[in-house]
Each structure stands twice: as C-alpha cells, then as structure tokens.
Design a protein around this ligand. Structure first.
Ligand code: GLA
Length: 724
C-alpha cells in the first residue's frame, strides 16, 4: 500500500520499498529532502542544515541561499545558479519565478493530464501541491503520485496564469530532483538510424550533462530516459534511479553538478523552440515524468518500468492479448509489387501459420519510390487493380488477416494533397522548405489537418478491412513554422504538434479499438512511453540484422519491455549490413519481441519453409509467457562477445532463454551463463536437451551454453519447472 504522511511542513510519500520526502521551508519554498529506500520516519533538520537552512527561522534568499537549497520546482534567476525547471517572462520582461506554498491536498488514484498521455491507475495516491509567484501571479500545481506495488513516483506540473497580465512560459519542465551528492554514473541511450539506443555510461562531472532531442520527436538519436546509478551498480545489485518522460516530442533530460557537489536531475520539454503564451486564466500542462528507484540494480529498475508501462500505460485491451504473428511486405517487395505477387507472399505466409499479412509502403498514389504521393491515400490501381479492398478480401480468403502501412503525418511535395493545400505542411513563408526523404511534415497543430488525417486513416481501414495499422513517421522537423499561428505563437508549434498527434491517436483508437496499431519512425525513432499509451508495440529498428538487433533490443530493454518491440526474421544477406547469420539466430533474436517476418517466403527453400512452420508454432506456444513474463538481461553485447537474456513467467514455472555468440572463438570451453528469476527451490527441465537442473544450480553455477560452430551462433531454450 502507498501512503502520504503529512506532519507540519513535511510531506512523506511512501510504499513498502520507497520514500519521497519534501519539506516546506519557513516562507513556503518546497525543499527536496529525500528520495530512496523506505524510511519509517525522517527528521528534516540534518538535511536542512546540510543545505545551510534552519528549520525554525524564516528562509531568506539573501546571500544566494537558493543555490544550496534542494528544491522541488526551482527557477533560475534569484540566486540559484543551477539550471531551473521553470521560467516565465512577465510584463516587465524578466523571467525569474519564485513559487511559494499556497495549499496541499491528497487524493486516491491519479488525475488525468489534459491532452496528454500519462500513467493511470487506482493502485496509487496523489499529492497535489499548489504554489504561487506573488510577483507575476503564476500558479503551479505539482502532482506527485506514488504507486502501491511499484517503486515509482510520477510527477507533472500544471501552470496557470493567475495574474492580471499576459506571460510567456520559456521553460516548463516536468521534474526536478535535487540529490545531495554526485557520486553517481549517468546512463543514456543514444544512437542513429539502424543503430538505435546503445547504452552509454559515464561518471558525473561538474557542470551540465545529459541528453535531449530537438528533432520534433523523441528521435532515433536518443530516448527520453536517463538513469543515475552508483558506481558498481550492475544488473543484479546497486542503487539506481531511472527517469522516463511520457512524451514523444522534443525533450531534455539532464543532470547538473554544482559547486557544492549536489546533482540536479531535470526532465521535461526541451526549451529550444518552446515559448508558451498564457493570458490571464490560461493553463499549461507539462508531460509526466516517471521516477523509478531500486537498490537491486538495473535489471530491477527495468522490470519496474516494464510493469508500469504494461499495467498502467499501454492500452489495456492489448496489454495482455497475444499479438498476431505477422509478415510485413517491406523487405520482401519494397515498392515493387502487384496484386498477384503480394498474394503469393501472403499465401506462403498463411501456409507457414502466420496470422497477418501487412502491406507496407507503395500501395497508394503513384508511389514507385519515396519521391511522391504521401497524402494521396487512395490505391494505386496500376499495382492493385481491385484496390486495397479487393486485396484485403483476397488475403482474408487465404485464412489470414490483413494489415496496412501508412505515414499519415507526412506530405510529399509531389502529391495532389500538396498541390491542393500547400500551406498544410510545417514551413516558413518566404524560405525554401527543407525536405527529408523527399517529404514534408503536415502541420498537426491545425484542426483541418487533423481532421483530414483521421478521415484518411478511417477510410483506409474501412476500405481494406485492415485489423492492423503500421503508423510510420520518417523525418525530423525543419523550417518550424505554421501558416495559421500568429508570430508570437510560432514557438508553440512543436508542442502543439504533439498535442495534435495525441488528439488524432485518441480519436482513432476510440473509433477503431480493435485495430492493432504498431508505431514506427524510420525504425525506432519515436519509441517512447508517450506513444505506448496509444500503440502497444513499436517497430524497434529498420536494422533487422540479428547481431545488431542484440544490441538494439538489449539497450531498448533498459526502459521498454521486449514485448512491445516489433522484431522480425529477415532474409540473408541482411539488407542493412550484408551479413549472413543462421536462420536459428535470426529466429531466436526476433522471438524476444513482437514476433514476425520481413522476407519473401516464396524465395525460401522447402526446408526453410518447413523451419518457418516450426518457428511460428514456437512463437505461438510461448507468446503469453513472452508477453506477461519478467525480463532478465544476462550478458551484455556492449561488454563482450555474448548476448543473453531470458523471460520468466510470473509464477516462475516457465522461461525462455536466448543466448547469442557474435564471433566464433577457438579453444574456449562453452560458457556458463548464470540464469535469473527462477525459483531456487524448484527443479527445471531444459525442454530442448531434456536436462534437469535445480533452479539454484542454474542461477548460481550457471547453464552451460554449447554454442554451435560458426559466427552469430545462438541457443534458444524453453525451460519448464518440474511438477512438485
Ligand atoms: C520506414 C520504416 C520501414 C518501412 C519504410 C517504408 O523506413 O521504418 O519499416 O516501412 O519506411 O517506406
């Protein structure tokens, strides 16, 4: 159970494992006192003295006292030399804010955040702290939710102009966490197209460090997540604080180490290209930031994120529902297909037991390559004489379902849509527009554009009878301007775009609750909790090479459950790397996520097609376990030649174990890999070998892994507990 203890100026949120404590220093500034393992009680005095504050005397900001004070929602400019969480330009043109306590209230459960995705649930309690700046009249309502059974604090802020003149928010972050020391290491996820989310870890240094995106999306290059871990923290032990933003647009996640050795963690919307206009009475809601705390290492931190997203964020109608095994046409056919070719692929897929055939890019307008037609969402009758309607019908006649690809947020300059509505894209009048992949971004801050997108998607789904939609988004923002926004509102565009996207997602998921939407953004370029609120799975990367996928999926799993990662077996030589890896390894790696295929099965040998049938059967047998189980990372591809991970059912009676050795190396014995998450008192059978071991033996001594010969060798074991 969670509880909020309120005694005098002290607020103590806690559950069975964690405590979060804040204190109103005399004068009403909310100071941060503690975040960590559960405390029975805490005296604020030592921490206040550490910050140079007396618990009894009125706090004075003289002498730059704010620079030492750990604060809950600070602003720069009144003596605190660190970066702040909030800036607002008032009528006098200055931007400092001094928030003081007004009131506090508590509620069961968790309020929704207007217009934004956020975690939900009744298994939690929320503290609402209301603060106000007397100089400008800016009011802040800080929400803190503590969950009963998850070591999570969710935070957000609602800012309201409670004054009498217009003001501009120039920074409005979701979270500030001031930690008393900086003996931490910072973990971020960074990468690029086809190399998403590699793990980077380094010691904190004085000054500012972290990550962020200004791309218009959470991006391929980084992820709205950072962790602070004590030196020596590994998968199984050590202190870790992870934070993740439930947001899909520009963000910042940074840590500032100041002159006193304290560390300030900040997360929220990136203030590059952000300025929000607030007339008297207007409000602004920040996205939610989630804090996870663990003393049991990175593995435990990740499992808390996985469970939180699965239970309290994903669309619940999909969260525990086995997902279809699909075959996607992209690497099988690219833009070059006709109805008969697609049907022969779909037929071979159906013969292998696949549930769903997905038609990727190239079915609409005149799209024979990526230079045209985004926005013209009607069938190309040259390729598909009966349109997507007849194709859908003929695919279903094969006994499998039909799914389709769209990139609804985009527009090709070479399209009827652009010729009709040249002002519907993001652009700056009078400047040359910068295309990327030959396309421009539709301006989702506009209601007419949002209505167009909803109609186009609805018509496509209705016409084709698709039960699955691959929702792609393939470029970053540039020329950031909107035809409709007045000059003083232009810097609202990136966030208005995200609000528009979430509105569209909300409308479409309500209208088509049974359509499974898989997100995609040039691979995993917007694979964040904001979108996971609407789409339960996301194409993890355009890179389908099994060895590259070991790194990409391992890094992604720091914050996202594998059960949300679209991962497919593709053909060899691999289309991104040219590498040839064994079919078994491609299968083992793809099986760890939302499983499917990205190849033309008509080009496979009979033997390979037979293998496909077996793979699909294994995928179906194990899908509940892979969806609902707990994920354990065992060997990191960033640290050595092997990758290993396993998923264990909640009742510890079943597991799937995957290990990959990248390069063959002579004259080493087979490695022993220590398993995790099993019951040490039970005995387990490795189904594929028939061997029986104690759970303790597998976890302490390890499982011998006799990899087959050759590079990119793998082992895939299903493990079952013996009946007691
Ligand atoms: C993006 C996606 C791919 C594929 C292509 C189609 O790159 O990530 O999976 O859908 O677009 O153009």
């Amino acid at each position: 159970m969670s509880e909020i203890l309120h005694e005098g100026n002290l607020f103590h949120l806690r559950n069975r494992h964690i405590s979060y404590v804040l204190y109103l220093v005399p004068g009403g500034i909310p100071a941060h006192i503690y975040f960590g393992a559960r405390l029975e009680s805490i005296r604020p005095e030592p921490l206040l003295r550490h910050m140079g504050v007396s618990a009894d005397e009125n706090f004075s900001i003289q002498g730059c006292a704010l620079d030492r004070l750990s604060q809950e929602y600070p602003s720069f400019g009144l003596g605190d030399m660190r970066e702040g969480a909030l800036s607002a330009v008032g009528k006098d043109g200055t931007d400092a804010v001094d928030l003081r306590f007004v009131s506090a209230s508590e509620e069961n459960g968790k309020p929704t955040l207007e217009g934004l995705p956020a975690t939900f649930g009744t298994d939690c309690r929320t503290l609402r702290l209301t603060l106000r700046d007397a100089h400008t009249g800016l009011k802040a309502e800080l929400l803190y939710t503590i969950f009963d059974d998850l070591d999570v604090i969710a935070r957000s802020a609602r800012l309201t102009n409670d004054g009498s003149s217009t003001m501009w928010l120039t920074k409005a972050l979701s979270l500030c966490l001031d930690l008393p020391d900086s003996n931490w290491e910072l973990i971020t996820l960074n990468g690029a197209w086809a190399r998403e989310r590699s793990i980077y870890r380094r010691a904190l240094m004085p000054g500012e460090q972290g990550t962020g995106s200004r791309n218009g999306a959470s991006s391929l290059q980084t992820s709205p997540f950072i962790a602070l871990v004590r030196p020596g923290t590994n998968e199984d032990q050590g202190e870790a604080i992870g934070t993740s933003l439930v947001y899909s647009g520009n963000f910042t996640a940074s840590v500032f180490v100041n002159q006193y050795g304290g560390a300030r963690l900040l997360a929220g919307i990136n203030d590059r290209c952000f300025r929000w206009h607030l007339d008297p009475g207007d409000g602004f809601q920040t996205p939610e930031a989630v804090l996870v705390y663990s003393t049991s290492g990175l593995g435990d931190m990740s499992r808390t994120f996985h469970t939180l997203w699965q239970q309290n964020l994903l669309p619940q109608r999909w969260a525990h529902k086995p997902r279809p095994v699909l075959l996607n046409s992209w690497e099988a056919a690219y833009f070059s297909f006709d109805e008969e070719k697609l049907l022969s692929i779909a037929k071979a897929a159906a013969d292998a037991g696949v549930d769903l055939f997905v038609l990727d890019d190239g079915w609409f307008g005149h799209r024979d390559d990526d230079t045209t037609s985004l926005g013209d969402w009607h069938s190309d009758l040259k390729k598909l004489p009966g349109g997507i309607r007849r194709l859908g019908e003929r695919v279903r006649a094969l006994g499998i379902q039909f799914g389709i690809w769209m990139e609804p947020e985009m527009i090709s300059p070479e399209s009827d849509l652009y010729r009709t509505h040249p002002d519907w894209c993001i652009h700056i009048d009078g400047r040359e527009s910068v295309t990327s992949r030959n396309q421009l971004t539709l301006d989702l801050s506009r209601q007419d554009v949002r209505d167009f997108i909803c109609d186009a998607v609805a018509e496509t789904l209705q016409e084709s009878g698709a039960v699955y939609l691959k929702w792609d988004m393939n470029r970053n923002f540039s020329n950031i301007g909107s035809a409709l926004l007045p000059p003083e509102y232009q810097a609202e565009l990136p966030h208005r775009y995200m609000l528009g996207l979430y509105e569209v997602m909300e409308r479409l998921t309500c209208k088509f609750p049974d359509v499974l939407i898989e997100g995609c953004a040039s691979g995993g370029g917007r694979f964040d909790p904001g979108l996971l609120y609407y789409v339960p799975q996301f194409w993890c990367s355009d890179n389908t090479d099994a060895l590259c996928r070991c790194q990409i999926q391992y890094g992604t799993s720091l914050v996202i459950p594998p059960s949300a990662m679209g991962s497919h077996v593709s053909a060899v030589p691999n289309h991104q790397t040219g590498r040839v890896t064994p079919m078994e390894t491609r299968f083992a790696v793809a099986l760890s996520g939302c499983f499917g295929y990205e190849l033309d099965p008509t080009k496979l040998t009979n033997e390979e097609r037979e293998a496909l049938r077996g793979q699909v059967a294994v995928a179906k047998q194990t899908q509940t376990l892979r969806l609902d189980g707990r994920f354990y990372r065992l060997r990191s591809p960033f640290e050595g030649n092997e990758t290993a991970w396993m998923t264990v059912s909640q009742d510890q009676s079943q597991a799937v174990f995957t290990a990959v050795r990248s390069l063959a190396q002579p004259n080493f014995g087979p490695p022993l890999i220590r398993l995790r998450g099993l019951d040490p008192r039970r005995c387990y059978r490795i189904v594929e070998t028939g061997e029986i071991f104690g759970g303790d033996e597998l976890m302490e001594s390890g499982l011998l892994c006799p990899f087959p010969r050759g590079d990119a060798a793998s082992l895939l074991y299903t493990i079952e507990a013996l009946k007691a």
